[in-house]
Write a new protein. Structure first.
Length: 317
């Protein structure tokens, strides 16, 4: 079976998300390792597939996913690097590792923050030199597969806690793509919700009506801690139990956090605007790894304007 068979059907849903990913299109023409970060359920694997299937040199080659917690430390080398016949009891024949299977394609390491110290050490050598050795072999092989890595946690914070190697972190942090949470994607939430309404309506043979702009305030008032995965599950359940072919959003009201009116959160108008501007630019620059041109594209302003605001707001790039 073609290794890409299970992975070639994917779609970037939401115009804001599509524009954000498009700002990283230049990385498609490099072989550099890419680190994708973000909260759980934000679509990091989808972003990894976007990188692979839009890479003209790799899209026809395999995309292989390795979920770190699912591979025990004691079998990591044999599964990822492969082994030679007789390397250990039960090795009656040689076996290709996943890295060899995806030669010329992309190897996606998910939840890398869960890698043990021993696995981190092996990954550091692999990412640094692109060299690996099959269990039971005496020679090294070099791979031209692209490495894409995803993390649910802040790796720099994990470094500070001594849970993650500093040298491995800096090797990974060269190109970082930060997937924004659903609550920060604006009208994308409506597009995503309707995508899944159509999907589950077709599967269940129910003619459930799509949501409209009038439903956006209620959808966006909820924080969606589980992000797209939570929205997907909510819509599936809502379609199953829909009455009169309509989606019931009333249950979301229970999850809306109470309005905070603490005095310390009240500012003079000009100070409030300045703080909001600062928050916007810091977030946008962070999402674009400090790249001013990408930031300007993301917020739909000119590059000189972004430089001007960065200086005015005292933001360090």
């Amino acid at each position: 079976m073609n290794q890409n068979f299970l992975f070639d059907e994917f779609k970037i849903i939401g115009s804001n998300t599509a524009k954000y990913l498009d700002s990283f299109r230049n990385l498609l023409f490099t072989g550099s390792t890419v680190l994708i970060t973000g909260e759980t359920g934000t679509g990091k694997e989808l972003a990894a597939r976007w990188i692979h299937f839009n890479d003209p040199k790799r899209s026809n080659n395999p995309f292989v996913k390795i979920t770190i917690p699912n591979i025990g430390e004691n079998i990591f080398e044999s599964e990822v690097f492969g082994y030679e016949k007789g390397a250990f009891t039960g090795a009656v024949s040689s076996k290709k590792g996943l890295i060899e299977v995806c030669e010329g394609g992309s190897l996606f390491f998910d939840e890398i923050e869960n890698a043990s110290p021993a696995v981190q050490s092996k990954l550091l050598q692999l990412f640094e030199d692109r060299l690996y050795r099959k269990v039971g072999d005496t020679s090294y092989k070099k791979t031209n597969a692209r490495f894409i890595v995803a993390a649910n946690k802040d790796l720099l914070e994990e470094v500070r806690k001594n849970n993650f190697r500093q040298d491995l972190y800096y090797r990974l942090a060269v190109i970082e793509l930060k997937m924004p949470p659903l609550r920060e994607r604006g009208k994308d939430i409506l597009e995503i919700a309707n995508y899944y309404i159509e999907k589950y309506s077709k599967e269940l043979e129910k003619g459930v009506m799509l949501l409209t702009r009038k439903d956006y305030p209620r959808l966006s008032s909820y924080t969606w801690p589980g992000n797209i995965r939570e929205l997907k599950n909510f819509i599936e359940k809502a379609v199953i139990f829909s009455k009169d072919n309509r989606i019931d959003l009333s249950t979301l009201e229970k999850a809306v956090p109470p309005t905070q009116t603490a005095l310390e959160e009240i500012y003079a108008y000009k100070e409030y605007i300045r703080l909001k501007e600062q928050e916007l630019f810091i977030k946008a620059l962070s999402m674009c790894n400090g790249n001013v041109e990408q930031t300007a594209f993301l917020i739909k302003m000119s590059v000189p304007f972004v430089y001007k605001k960065v200086k005015e707001l005292g933001i360090r790039i």
